[in-house]
Write a protein that binds this ligand. Structure first.
Ligand SMILES: [Zn+2]
Length: 84
């Protein structure tokens, strides 16, 4: 198990991991191939939990972050704008 953190960048689609893995959901079920990601009803409001399958990170609630300015252009080119 790694301690890498899962990240959802505020202006970008998809899920990212500190190990460098990142993926946009695809297919009819909008699923990830390299992340496990699901909704749980645990807690008052429920929450999303996920883990990265590439570095085998701990199951966790993804952090919401603003994309770093120096990486934003690259991330946008790779992952695009979120669907409106
Ligand atoms: Zn990872």
């Amino acid at each position: 198990m790694s301690k890498n953190v899962l990240i959802i960048y505020s202006e970008l689609d998809g899920l990212h991991c500190e190990c460098g893995n990142g993926e946009v959901r695809t297919g009819d079920g909008l699923t990830y191939k390299t992340f496990r990601y699901f909704w749980t009803d645990r807690g008052a409001k429920g929450k999303a939990l996920g883990c990265c399958l590439k570095c085998n990170s701990d199951l966790q609630e993804p952090e919401h972050r603003v994309a770093p300015a120096d990486k934003k252009a690259d991330l946008l080119a790779t992952f695009g704008q979120p669907a409106q």
